[in-house]
Design a protein around this ligand. Structure first.
Ligand code: HEC
Length: 150
């Protein structure tokens, strides 16, 4: 059983290596950056649920979700470097990203900084202490989405 699975996995891997460009490069880039952004969305969802009083989450979970968002900010830099302006890829990213890359990258840095601040503010799972940091972080998402997303 295990042997069969390993052989199947090896075949799959060999296939991936032999055909690295099966999917269109732009589609792959879009899929990846949307996956990365969805991690931030999921973590913001957990934090928002806690802030509304709908979920009881321990400090450790809150801190890790904030850190996950900080990491998304870092991962997004290489993830968004691929310019998909002239592709047919199904994306809501605007060409403005690559026309104003420094501003866009600055937005990702602001997101990472605000998320790291939230991680610190979440240490006691105290809504009062977290409130301003959550607001600031949410503002970084909104600002970039308003400017760089359809
Ligand atoms: C500096 C810019 C920037 C920041 C900051 C940013 N985003 Fe995004 N986000 C984008 C862009 C651009 C897209 C569109 C990606 C695409 O469709 O190719 C996107 C897409 C998304 C999506 C949809 C992914 C999908 O499947 O289509 C979610 C969810 C998301 N962002 C959540 C967040 C959250 C939560 C934050 C803040 C914690 C955040 N983003 C901060 C630029 C940003």
């Amino acid at each position: 059983m295990t042997k069969g699975l390993t052989a199947a996995a090896a075949l799959l891997m060999a296939g991936m290596i032999a055909h690295p460009a099966l999917a269109d490069d732009a589609d792959t880039a879009v899929q990846h950056r949307q996956d990365v952004m969805n991690v931030a969305g999921a973590s913001m969802g957990a934090i928002g649920c806690f802030m509304k009083g709908d979920c009881a989450l321990p400090a450790e979970v809150l801190v890790r979700n904030a850190k996950a968002i900080a990491f998304v900010g870092e991962m997004s830099v290489p993830a968004f470097e691929v310019n998909t302006t002239d592709s047919m890829a199904d994306t809501t990213a605007l060409p403005a990203i690559w026309e104003n890359w420094e501003t866009f990258e600055g937005g990702l840095k602001a997101m990472t900084e605000a998320a790291n601040e939230l991680a610190v503010a979440s240490a006691e799972a105290d809504r009062g202490a977290m409130g301003p940091a959550v607001k600031k972080l949410g503002g970084t998402c909104k600002e970039c989405h308003d400017n760089f997303r359809e």
